[in-house]
Design a protein around this ligand. Structure first.
Ligand SMILES: [Zn+2]
Length: 217
């Protein structure tokens, strides 16, 4: 190893070696298949938070889920303004090229992005010093109002309400994309809301009719 190796890189390389010796070798056939193409049937939109890795939580193999992770697991609305629409590009790819059958939006407990949306702690920060986060979580502005009115802006009940409201915002924004509306209408695509409670590791699924998240048995 070169002399600029850090403790962090060493930790990653150690993990890579374990992967090559165990995970990769064990699933060699699977990797051979995947060399041809990927055919994931599910897209997952999750938070970048280091504690909520969808592949780990759903215990899936390589090639099974197409994942987008960002601050607070948000989907922006369909926008045609200039700019670099990374989430929208991933959605197009998942729906139109990979033809996934389901899209799961997974929020989570103790979400820093949702907390910042609730407290508006980064409002007015310059870009590069929190401004990009403030802009991004501004997607939750409308959803924040009723949460703050009912629960205030501090404490777990308020934060959890914001975290779960954020999932519903992303689902609504997903439905602003014509290709997603069409997929739902034609029965080729199902949207799901989910919430992973970090404190007890329990996954909850949203019932869109009642608006409630219920723990998976
Ligand atoms: Zn988060």
């Amino acid at each position: 190893m070169s002399q600029d190796t850090s403790a962090e890189l060493t930790h990653l390389i150690d993990g890579y070696r374990r992967f090559r010796q165990t995970g990769w070798a064990r699933r060699r056939e699977r990797w051979e298949e995947l060399r041809q193409a990927q055919e994931p049937r599910v897209m997952v939109i999750a938070c970048s938070d280091s504690r909520v890795d969808p592949a780990q939580i759903f215990d899936v193999d390589p090639g099974e889920i197409f994942v987008v992770r960002n601050v607070a697991a948000l989907v922006p609305p369909f926008e045609t303004s200039p700019g670099h629409h990374g989430v929208s590009a991933a959605l197009e790819f998942a729906v139109q090229v990979l033809k996934v059958r389901e899209i799961v939006v997974m929020g989570h407990g103790m979400c820093g992005g949702c907390k910042a949306a609730l407290t508006q702690s980064l409002l007015g920060a310059p870009r590069g010093e929190g401004g990009f986060i403030a802009d991004w979580i501004g997607l939750l502005e409308d959803a924040r109002e009723p949460v703050a009115a009912q629960f205030g802006i501090e404490g777990r009940p308020a934060e959890r309400a914001m975290e779960q409201a954020a999932v519903k915002v992303s689902l609504a924004n997903l439905r602003s994309f014509p290709c997603i509306r069409r997929g739902e209408r034609e029965g080729n695509l199902t949207l799901r809301g989910a919430f992973f409670a970090i404190s007890d590791g329990v996954l909850h699924i949203l019932d869109e009719t009642s608006g409630d998240f219920s723990p998976v048995e």
